[in-house]
Write a protein that binds this ligand. Structure first.
Ligand code: SAM
Ligand code: SF4
Length: 345
């Protein structure tokens, strides 16, 4: 992986200028607040996963400075992810701190939902606006198999608590795999008939435990969103286009209360409209899930420079990292060491 701190940083940029060499503006920062997780989804983490030592993670103060600097550069939306963000100690305080940063208009979080019931109200009060909940099956036994002992009932309780706390519109992330949960496409879509939420089909990517999968079908059998689309049209008739949401193409079944999103990173890359930068669990800035090129923000944050000096150097680092973002990612291939939980899914 290229360490950008070894290269000269780009010339200083004014706060309002935050476009890469292809003219893409960057308004969205995703942060992995911990690489740890209480589940072991088969495609994401090995059962014997090892996690970063405590001191490797950025502190709340350090995260706040990165987000302040990102906001100076035009970032308006922040999403906390992981690993499982609700495992981070003091997550409520962190949410409150980030929500109060000038310029940040949207603060969201992606969670496996297992601990959400106990956190939803507190997080909403602290300033969190939305949650995405990952739930790859509607079947309790299968959930246990996919996650290695998770309890689906806890996730449903989390979803109910989030809706109750006003964390809406709620989105459900579903990664489909051949022979595992592919048969549930229609059942997931049918949820949108009766509930005002967005079910999002996310194509499997060659990261974490899925790194060896190939389009031809690896251990977990990649399912293309084109095939999902065809099944849904066969089952429900026409799908009506709805406004796009970030990287998702969104549709709805006529008369449905909710919507269906397709995130087709592998079969139909959306790189030209990708507005994201990332901060990994060990404090590296990165522009793309599937392409390396990182800047060690943690090393910068832990120098003896004054706060304002760090903030300015971070502006330059954001610009440099953004400029390393390829026009389009290079697709399925081996990405040694690339882990979804470190980069933040
Ligand atoms: N633990 C939280 C959760 O599961 O929502 C947040 C982190 S998780 C890495 C974020 C999202 O990434 C989840 O929706 C998960 O299904 C997805 N994900 C993990 N590994 C993936 C892979 N190899 N390909 C596609 N999506 C993946
Ligand atoms: Fe944990 Fe989320 Fe990865 Fe599942 S997908 S193992 S819940 S980080």
């Amino acid at each position: 992986m290229t360490m950008l701190q070894e290269a000269p940083l780009a010339a200083a940029v004014g706060p309002a200028v935050f476009k890469d060499r292809f003219g893409r503006p960057f308004t969205y920062l995703r942060i992995s607040v911990t690489d740890a997780c209480n589940l072991r989804c088969v495609y994401c983490m090995p059962e014997n996963a090892e996690f970063l030592p405590g001191g490797a993670h950025l502190t709340d103060d350090e995260l706040a400075l990165v987000v302040e600097s990102a906001a100076d550069c035009g970032v308006r939306k922040v999403r906390l992810s992981g690993g499982e963000p609700l495992l981070r100690r003091g997550i409520g305080g962190l949410v409150e701190r980030l929500a109060g940063i000038r310029g940040i208009r949207e603060l969201a979080l992606t969670t496996n939902g297992t601990r959400l019931a106990g956190f939803a109200r507190r997080l909403a009060k602290a300033g969190l606006q939305r949650v995405n909940v990952s739930m790859d099956t509607l079947d309790e036994d299968k959930f246990r198999r996919i996650t290695h002992n998770g309890t689906l009932e806890h996730v449903w309780a989390g979803i109910a608590a989030a809706e109750e706390a006003g964390l809406r519109p709620l989105k459900i992330n579903v990664v489909l795999m051949k022979g595992l949960n592919e048969d549930e496409v229609e059942a997931f879509a049918a949820l949108t008939l009766v509930r005002n939420l967005q079910v999002r089909f996310i194509e499997l990517m060659p990261l974490g435990e899925a790194k060896d999968c190939t389009l031809a079908g690896g251990s977990f059998g990649y399912v293309s969103n084109e095939s999902v689309w065809q099944r849904l049209v066969a089952r429900f008739g026409t799908l009506r286009p709805a406004p796009e949401s970030g990287t998702a193409k969104v549709y709805c079944v006529p008369g449905a209360r909710g919507t269906i999103g397709f995130i087709s990173a592998m079969s139909a890359p959306f790189c030209e409209r990708c507005d994201r930068l990332r901060l990994t669990a060990d404090g590296k800035l990165r522009a793309c899930l599937l392409e390396g090129g990182e800047f060690d923000a943690r090393a910068l944050l832990r120098t003896g420079l004054p706060r304002e000096g760090k903030r300015e150097l971070l502006h330059q680092a954001f610009k440099s990292v953004a400029d390393r973002k390829p026009e389009v990612h290079a697709g399925w291939r081996d990405l040694p060491g690339a882990s979804m939980v470190r980069i933040g899914g």
